[in-house]
Every structure is written in structure tokens, then in C-alpha cells.
Design a protein. Sequence first.
Lengths: 322, 294, 353
Amino acid sequence: MSLLEIRDLRVTYGSGAAAVPAVRGVDLRLEAGSKLGVAGESGCGKSTLALALLRLLPQTARLEGEILLDGEDVLTMKWGRLRAVRWAGASIVFQGAMHSLNAVRRIGDQIAEPLLVHRRATPAEARKRVGALLEQVGLPASRAAGYPHELSGGQRQRVMIAMALACEPRLIVADEPTTALDVMIQAQILRLIERLVAEESLGLMMISHDLAVLADTCDRLAVMYAGRIVEEGPAGEVYRAAAHPYGRALSSAFPRIGDPASRRAPRGLPGDPPDPAALPDGCAFHPRCPVAVAECAEDDQELRVAGAGRRAACLHVGRESG
Amino acid sequence: MTSLAWERRRGSATRFWKAYRSHRAGLYGLAGLALIALLALTAPWTVGADVQSVTNAPGTALESPSAEFPLGTDQFGRSLLGLLIWGSRISLLVGLLAAVLSVAIGTLVGVLAGHYGGWLSTVVMRITDWFLVMPALVLAIVLATVMSRSVWTVVLAIGITCWPTTARLVRAQTIAVESRPYIERATALGGGHGHVMARHVLPNVMPLVLAQTTLGISAAILTEATLAFLGLGDPTVTSWGGMLQDAREAGAVSSGHWWYLAPPGIAIALVALAFTLCGRAVESVLNPRLGVGR
Amino acid sequence: MTTASTPAGVARAEEARATDGAPRTGVASGYLRHAAGKLGGALVSLFAVLVTSFFLFRIIPGDPVKAMTHGAPTSAEQLATLRRQFGLDLPLWQQFTDYCAKALTGDLGTSFQFRAPVGDLIAAKLPATLLLTGVAVVLYSALGLWLGTRSAWRHGGLGDRVNTGLALTLWSVPSFWLGLLLIIVFSVGMGPIPGLFPTGGMESGTGETGFAYVLDVAHHLVLPVVTLVAVGYAQTLLVMRSSLLDEMGGDYLTTARAKGLKDDDVRRRHAVPNALLPTVTMVFINLGHVAAGSILVETVFSWPGLGGLFYQALSVPDLPLVQGLFVVFAGAMILANLLADLLYPLLDPRVGR
């Protein structure tokens, strides 16, 4: 049984004529001890996906499908069970850690909070555990007495990671964990995440717009576009030789070290991601696709097999391998 | 002004109105204002200035409401309904003038301080700090006491005590506007101080000024009523606050003549509420983030 | 700098910052410096108030001595004596320095009306005002904060709309009018409602002592307090509501929910404390305005406090008394602002350390 299995997840904001589909049928699977990366531009629905995993979306969002965490469907859990699963079953490392932490409460209090809620630990036990967690992420235990605004961006991100580990969850979802950080700190945080995931054999779902970062850290990679997964497979293969035109465009937008040609002319993609409230007919990518044909505007594309353990949602894929 | 600029202004005005329309409370406020304005403006024909005349009073003192006098009469035998409608003119006039005065001073000071900066800004900020520490009502009362009793005294007293809040907000907005790149371009193209302030800063500051004016009118009406009630208003004109003072002096409280006491207060509250609703709606349109909370 | 830009240098710098775990020394001294600065500012404001009050009353057209004695026939000699008595024959700058020197020692002049030192008159009436405004402030703050929180957390619902509508309406109502209405309905009695409360004053004057006296005063306190609370809670409610609504969009609340906290706990432990910060400052700043609002309520209810004294002084006009009360009211606002400035850094760790 997989640690996390998402089946045909759909998230719609609003209802009736004003309904906006943020996630339009996502299937994903994550095993314990492995790392899955989810890549895509802003607005493709990846953050919605992350929040949906623990039902953290606002009331106006309607969720359909199944999210199986260790076999239990999160979407049909009773409220009490859901609260128990939150943080203790799966936790989230949020981006933009300045606003994700309460600015007027001490760091130690915030890390200890889930311990007191879930483990019913005594304050003394919680304090000890907080100290251990901080050291695990490379911060001195005395930082617990400080406030978020006293830390640098990298240190705050470490605090978020320490906090996410507090209740020893089985799954960690990292939503853009290194986006606001400079490159050197980014590398340190990524190494830290990798080490912790290996040490505790957690499952990791990492969400980012930075394909290179995901390819480096994760085992498998999924590319999202307009609320759908358009490509999925082993990280290296998807990064180096994507089957879907969008995946190809995304990875070629990053210059490769040692390849002067790509450094001087990274190829971008014309146009903007589509407005979820006004998606194009057929394949959502076709207006920007360099290899679009007439059929692309009529039928939306399902994920097809594109190699061993790989899927891609493009009609060219079927033809090439066929 | 070029036709292009006019089109742009018209476009933003239309958008503003569309956004305003979505705030139901603001529409109620606007409707209320229209009604009250109508009543006040048509008063010379519906009621006539004679309603104030003490010597030609049509009724006897302190009558209860009846068909002839729907709100009864005051201690001089004058129709209270007539006085109420006639009194709207002074209350609205003073409220409007006082608010406009305070916002005008505040805007002028704020734009100058924000534009020129330096010592002018510091001096202005110290002065506004000082004013903000004064209890505005007490200051207004004191000013009204030392000056003669007239409508203009009241307008002046309110205007002088209420400009600092506007000045602060306008100054902050001026600084924000002037940090935008197109101001730099305008100056580089040879625009002088006057040009930048009049053509660029002022139009951008106008929406804020509008919100402040509407909210200010609401406060000014309440302050005018308070000053009149305390005996500091103009004794020769009828205003709602003055009516309440008359009511108290005529012993309406102890004799239970609620019909003398209630209507002027309700009128004040309704007008102040209408302006407040409009002001809040304008603020919400300007600051959509705020709008969530309204 | 080269050392900071090499990978090793950056890592060292991170580590140095990371291992600097000791709490920053001088947090307490930072606050003391902040407090000293605010105290200094308050003293400057107080001086400015003294200057204003002095010159404000000197701009009246006409002769203060004549105003003092209007009605009573006085000879030129008597006028001159009075003038000397009140120091009005001295040059202006000397009057000013005299005034400041006396004010520092608490001598605010002598009342024209009562022929008694202004300071004594104020001291005598101060407790009554403190009682009235103190009770009112506590009640309206608690009511406003509670209803504002409920309103914001369930915003858009019927309860919220009723609450907000009621608060906006009460905010637009003139407080003195509300007081008069309450007197008519509940003191004089109207229709089926009998006169339950006294029409004015602080006590019945029937010589009760001890607990009976306390009850008597409390009985007289009800209507004036209700009037002040009705207008005061509205402002507090609206500020707290909008402050909490601002907080409710915060990402840190999503984090709190993700940790498995109950909705109630998210509100009580995270949203409300953060929303309280600007609200508490507002409540303190409004304390100064309550002092001014008491002028109206005390006048309407004949409550023997500073507000009523102010109203009496206005009618003469009893200039030393008005002047002294002006200084006291403004001083109260300065004090309230100072308290707010001193309190805020204690509540919000991001400020003033």
C-alpha cells in the first residue's frame, strides 16, 4: 500500500457559473521513503494540491476524488480524525516563512504547539524535544526563546522544517521550501531535507517552479499545468528528456552549467498560463504549444504511457511510441 | 486638458461607480443623502422661513402630536415638524462647510508637506501631532466660547480642529505617489513644483480626500449638534442641536414630551449614518483589502 | 568583501549567525530608551498644551475683567483692583512665565465664579468623573472586544451584519441625545415603563452611609454609564472587527490549522492576540476622547464631575476654570497616548526593543 495515493482529485472554487477549477483530476502515488517533485508555473494548482492533502482549503472550495493517506481517505475523514492526522500523519513546510509563522509568539512555543496538541506532552518534555529538533536542523537550541523576525530567511526555513518534524509524521509536503532563499542557502536547505528524509524514511512531496532543484533532489518528478498532471516519471529522465512539450519547454528554460549555448540563449515559452476561470478548449496547453495540431484544440489529452514508469498527456507521445 | 486625459478620467470614474454599486450599505447611504438633500433644498417651498417665527406661531405651547402638528409644537407654539425640516438646512450646511474646510486645509497642508519634505514636513508633523493629542471636542468648545456665537464660528471651530487627520493621510499618500517613476519623468521633462502637485499628486489624492470628506461631514454634523446643544451655536437660526437644547430648557425631559426630543436626534443620527455608510463604501472601493471586512 | 562571497565564507557566516544563540543583550535597555523617548515627548506635549491654553484665552476680544463682573455695577477703581489681583496688568510675557511657574506647582489660578482655587475645584470633582469614565471604559472595552471578535470570526453571517449595523447606528447617534432619551424612558417613565432610575445627580442626598451609599451611587450610575457604553462600544467593536478580519487572511493561521488545532483554538491563540495589538492601542488613545465625551453625559445627567464643571464654566465664561480644565483634559489625552506608547512594545515583540 502506498503512503500517499491521490485518485482523480478535483478542486473547484465557487459554484455554478462562477466556478473556477483549480485542480482538474490529478492521480499521483508516493511510496514511503521516496521523494516526489511537483513542478509547474504559478497558478497551475500545485499549492492548491498541497493544501488539499490536509483539507486546508477555504470553505468555498469543493473537493472531489480520493486522497488516501496510508489507506485512509482524507476527504471523508471525520473532523476529529482529520485533526489527529494533521501534523502527526502528514505535515507541511510552507513557503514564505515570515508570514507562515506567528510574528508575536516565540519560536519554541510554535514548534511545541503540535506536540502539546497531539502528544499531550508536558511543557518540560516539549521543551526538550524542541531543543532536539532545532539541533537536528542545524540551529542552536537557544533559538527557541527568540522571535521569527530575529532570524534570517534561511534560519526561518529551518525552523519550519523543525516544526514539520515535531510529531514524527510519515509524509512531509514542502511547498516551495527554498524559493525565497539565495542559492547557497538553498543548497544547504535541500541537503538538510534530503538527509532528514533518508534518516527518518519519510515520504516527501516537494512542490516548486524550479525544475532543476526538483530534478536534483527528488526520485520522481510530476509536471503540472492548468490543474492537471501533464507528465510524470523518474526525475532525471523527465528533466533531461521530457516527453510533453510543456515539460520540454520548462526544462530548457534553465541554462545548463557547462553548456554555453544554453546559457546564452535559454528558451522561454511565449504567452502566459491560462486563467483557470477561462480555460481553452481541448488541451489546455495548445495555445502555447510549439507542436500543436488541429486535434489539440478539440480533445483534452489523457495521460498516456511514455516509457517505463512514465506518463505524458500529449497525443504525440502515443504516436511516437506507437 | 486633452481629450485623452478626459477619457481616462471618465473611465476611472465609471469604474469607481461600478465598484461602489456593489456595496449595498453605501447605496442605502447614498439614497438617504439624496432624500435629505431634497428635503433641505425644497424647504423654502414646503415649509418656508416663517416656521421659525415666534411671534406668529400658529399653535399653543407644547402641544402633543396631532393631525395639524404631526410632531406637536415647541414652547413657543411653532410646528416641530416644520422646524425639523427647516433645521436640516443649517445642520447640513454647517456639516458640509466644516468638513470641506477641514479637508481643504488638511489636503493643502498634507500635499505641501509631502511634496517639499524637509523642515516643512517636520514642522507640519509636529503640529499635527499636537492637534491629535488635543481632544477635538474640547478644543472646538473652547474656540466656540471665545468667539462670538454664530454659524461661522461653529464652522471655523470644527474646521480648525479636524484637519490634522486628513493632513497626515494626504501627506502619506503624497509621498507614495511621488515615489512613482512617472513623477521623476515629469520633473525631468521640466515640470515645476506646481505642475507636479496640481497635475499628478492632486488627482491621485482625490479619492482619499473624497472618503475623508464624507466621513468628516458625519463627524461635523455630530459636533455641530453638540456645540448647539451646549449653547454655543447661533441662537438666531434653527438647527437640530439647537432644537434639542430648546427641548431640554422647555422641560421636555421631565414632562415626558418625547415627541419634542426624539425627532431631532433621529434626524441627526440618520444623516450622520448615511454619510458614514457612504464614506465606508468609498474607503472600501479605494482599498479592496479593506472591502473584505465591510 | 571576498571572504563573505566564497562558499566557505558564506557557510561560516551562516554558522556564526546560527550559533549566536544568546538572546540579544540590551533588550531591556532598548525598551527603557524607547520609554524615555516617549516620556520626553509627552512632557513636550504637555508644555505645548500649557502654551496653547495660555494664549487661547488671551485672544478673546474684550476685557476679561469686564466679563468677570458683567451684570454687577463696578467702579473703575474696583476694575483696576481686580485687574491687579488677577495679574492682568502685567506685560504678556510676564503673565506667561508666572502662569507656567504656578502651573508647575499646581496653582492653576482662581475661578471667577466660585472664588476658589481652580486646582481645588478640579480635585474635588475628579473622583466622580473617574468613577463614571472608569466603569464605562471597562464595560465598553470588554463588550466591544467580545462582540467585535464574534462578528469578525463569523463575518458575513446574520449575527455579524446585525452587530455591525447596530454599531454603525449607535456610532452616529449623539450621545447627549441618547442620554436624554434614556432619562425620558427610564427615569421619568413612559407608557408602561415606570421611572426606574433617578433623573440625575450622583446620590440622593438622603444621607446614606456605607453599603447603602454605595448602592445609591450605583443606582445613579446606571443610566450615565449605559449612555457612555452605547457610544463607546461601537467604536471598539468596529476597530476590533476590522483588525481581526485583517489577521484572518494570514498564512500563519493556515499553519496553525495544519498543525491540527481546533478552529476555536486557532482563533483564541493566534488570530485574536495578533488582532488585539492595534485594538488595544486604539482603546487607550480613545481614553482621552472619553474624557471629552463625559462633558456631555455629565451635563445631561447632572453628574458632579469635571465635565459638568466645564459646562458651568463655559456659561460665564469662567476663564481660569475653563483654562484649567482644558489643561486637565488635554493632559489626560497625553497620558493615555503615553500609556499606549509604553504598552505596545510589551505586547508586540517586533517593536521598540
